[in-house]
Design a protein around this ligand. Structure first.
Ligand code: NDP
Length: 254
């Protein structure tokens, strides 16, 4: 009972962007198991995730929106307020990565990564923060960063991704300070390498190069991120804001 009060999300409405697959899908299921009604936002829909949650006895629906497009985000957030009445938690997870050297990547590629990972999280946080403030909700915003916001991955080059995630960490601190008076907590999550469709596209020789650099000699699983998100989303983290939680199997500490 004590743990349920601390970490439970019964009666809460949580948005997960990019919850149609990968980390977002697994974390959406975790939030639903903790009692939250989960709303998934992605461009191509998340029927599979909604089905998984409903089959397990949870509540979920999905909406289509591109997080880089303010008008689509505003329409989705308005729809959530209409259907669910409120928003308590935002897991700002949608993101993309392009592996290319700086001299090979185009400016359009740089812009597309910054636009989705940094500006997209800003647009989502702003739309949801506005609702929380208007309704007096003491909510929690969890922005997906990465260990790449702290260290430079090798041997692949991905300057746009690394810069976007460093931006997410400081955006989170900035919003935490700006909205602390409203009781809204804003934190970021920085995973190490996690096995998902995003990382499945990575060539095997690159994964072989990562293996000796990972202190645990394995990638993490999306399930291993659920506890950190649950903590940040729940009353357990009532005194935690403006911080970055690194879940990377020790990668950044050596
Ligand atoms: P996936 O590629 O598996 O999933 C990304 C999700 O984001 C998809 O559901 C996709 O849905 C959605 N998405 C992408 N662009 C947009 C957009 N413009 N608007 C709305 N939704 C969008 O990625 P992962 O699960 O691996 O990664 C999730 C997050 O975790 C990302 O932010 C990533 O940077 C971060 N991360 C991942 C790590 C890893 O090793 N996998 C490590 C550290 C951080 P759709 O295409 O339908 O829109």
């Amino acid at each position: 009972m004590y743990l349920e009060e601390l970490f439970g999300l019964k009666g809460k409405t949580a948005i997960v962007t990019g919850g149609g697959r990968g980390i977002g899908q697994v974390v959406a299921c975790g939030l639903a198991k903790a009692g939250a009604e989960v709303v998934i936002i992605s461009r191509s829909g998340a029927e599979e995730t909604v089905k998984l949650i409903q089959e397990a006895g949870g509540q979920a629906y999905d909406l289509r929106a591109d997080v880089t497009k303010e008008e689509e985000v505003d329409a989705a957030v308005a729809e959530i307020v209409k259907r669910s009445g409120k928003i308590d938690v935002l897991f700002n997870n949608a993101g993309i990565c392009i592996h290319k050297g700086t001299l090979e990547a185009s400016i359009e590629e740089w812009r597309s990564v910054i636009d989705c990972n940094l500006t997209g999280e800003y647009i989502m946080a702003r739309a949801v923060g506005r609702v929380m403030i208007e309704k007096g909700i003491k909510g929690s915003i969890i922005n997906m960063a990465s260990m790449s916001g702290t260290i430079v991955n090798i041997p692949q080059w991905q300057a746009s991704y690394n810069a976007s995630k460093a931006g997410v960490i400081h955006l989170s601190r900035s919003l935490a300070a700006e909205w602390i008076g409203y009781g809204i907590r804003v934190n970021s999550l920085s995973p190490g390498y996690i096995a998902t469709p995003m990382s499945a596209d990575v060539p095997q020789e690159l994964k072989d190069a990562w293996e000796p650099l990972m202190p645990m000699h394995r990638m993490g699983t999306p399930e291993e991120l659920i506890p950190a998100v649950l903590y940040l989303a729940s009353p357990a983290a009532g005194y935690t804001t403006g911080t970055d939680i690194i879940v990377d199997g020790g990668y950044t500490c050596i």
